[in-house]
Design a protein around this ligand. Structure first.
Ligand code: PAN
Ligand code: ZN
Length: 185
């Protein structure tokens, strides 16, 4: 019998039919998003995050896709590890994120570059409206694990973010929060 298991305490997806996708991104794959891109070749080879996903009806209008993002802890020259960030290719497609483990921030930037920041932790729930660019930042010292559910036909558009970035950057700090929000472009 086909079994599809989601472990709600670890975010791990398991499918007896092995139809789970896996995307891995190294520091080098994502280096363009950081303000100070100065890293060694060795550092560039390290894993920044991986995403497991279950997408039984790829690109079908009305179908859903489900996944878990695992963002490692660390920083690049004082800027916390983060996902590339994107809007959806079909821009009106919304998405839910939910925190499983670790401590992070979700950056939500609208079309006017106004950014809202939500704290991500175990049991936090986040509704991402269509047209809104979204990025996870790991501000903790353990892997940030975040579940997600979105339309299978949404697609990812990385172009605008890779050109103009988000309007804020999350930097390491000695203050009581451990991070500082800096205005970007
Ligand atoms: C997530 C993201 C995942 C990785 O599944 O794709 O967190 O982030 P980037 O795609 O920005 O590298 C999602 O938002 N899907 O739509
Ligand atoms: Zn998305």
């Amino acid at each position: 019998m086909h079994s599809l298991i989601y472990d709600f305490s670890t975010g791990i997806l398991e499918d007896s039919e092995k139809k789970i996708g896996l995307i891995k991104r190294t520091i080098a794959d994502t280096i363009d998003i950081y303000e100070n891109k100065d890293v060694t070749t060795e550092k560039g080879k390290e894993l920044a995050y991986f995403v497991q996903s279950h997408d039984p009806q790829p690109n079908i209008e009305g179908a859903l896709q489900f996944g878990t993002s695992n963002l490692l802890p660390g920083d690049i020259n004082g800027e916390f590890y983060m996902t590339k960030g994107h809007t959806h290719e079909i821009e009106n497609r919304a998405e839910y994120y939910f925190g499983i483990k670790g401590n992070g921030l979700l950056l939500l930037m609208d079309e006017n570059r106004n950014t809202k920041i939500e704290e991500v932790h175990s049991n936090s729930l986040h509704y991402i409206e269509g047209y809104v660019a979204h990025r996870l930042v790991n501000i903790g010292d353990t892997t940030l694990v975040v579940g997600a559910c979105w339309n299978a036909d949404a697609g990812h558009n990385y172009d605008a973010i890779s050109e103009d970035g988000f309007s804020v950057r999350i930097m390491k700090s000695d203050n009581e929060l451990g991070y500082e929000i800096r205005r970007g472009k």
